[in-house]
Design a protein around this ligand. Sequence first.
Ligand code: ADP
Ligand code: ADP
Length: 232
Amino acid sequence: MEVLRVENLCKTYGLGDTRVDALRNVSFSVDKGEFVAIIGPSGSGKSTLLHILGGVDRPSSGQVVIDGTPIYDLNETKMAIFRRRQIGLIYQFYNLLPVLNVRENLTLPLLLDGQKPDEKYLNELTRVLGLKERMNHLPNQLSGGQQQRVSIGRALINHPALVLADEPTGNLDSKNSAEIVELLKESNRQYHQTLIIITHDERIALQADRVISIEDGRISGDQWQTGRQSQA
Ligand code: ADP
Ligand code: ADP
């Protein structure tokens, strides 16, 4: 079942001699439960693509359809709600709110929606993330690896259709990186969650079902890793 369809995306920054065509007619689709790695040289358009998929940056033209909703047809208010419910975004720098503790940061997408967290899932998530003893700490009382675990928990807390991660391990040592990728893979497997990760790290790309390469704003490769094509 298709969860994401990207249609003829173009993104141009700037004007005149500062004009950059960051994305040039990018199209692809992703089925529910796939784990996709996006790779490519620096400046090739990966972050631009992920931000447009996540509804945080508008394309110059083209459309993104998530779970049947053409997201660029939504107005600002509906987009904000859609993003909170259907998209989990994870950045290289954790983007936690410094004045909120771990529990508040984790449950923020629910609080903003006026919902109460499912305590059972929150409990399980914090156990898996190794944050059980840290629920009342502020972000600056945590290590980098722990802060990234909080941002992952926040992205997963309301079971979004799509989890998007931009170099989520770019700041972490190799042990923490491996653990973070394991957490994301586990959620991808257990909840049949669709996971798209931008990465420079070949070890991460090798674990994905499918690798999409971007060069100069275009898709230059789209390959299933042997034996991992979904039967959906
Ligand atoms: P990547 O993530 O692959 O490194 P980006 O998507 O960040 O690539 O950038 C793609 C191109 O768009 C680059 O040439 C970059 O300089 C340009 N770019 C990205 N963001 C902006 C911006 N806000 N304003 C102008 N140019 C930008
Ligand atoms: P990591 O292996 O993730 O890099 P660190 O060596 O940075 O971990 O931190 C080890 C422990 O010290 C962690 O449990 C973390 O919560 C705690 N810690 C780190 N920085 C602080 C701080 N500024 N205040 C309180 N506790 C901290």
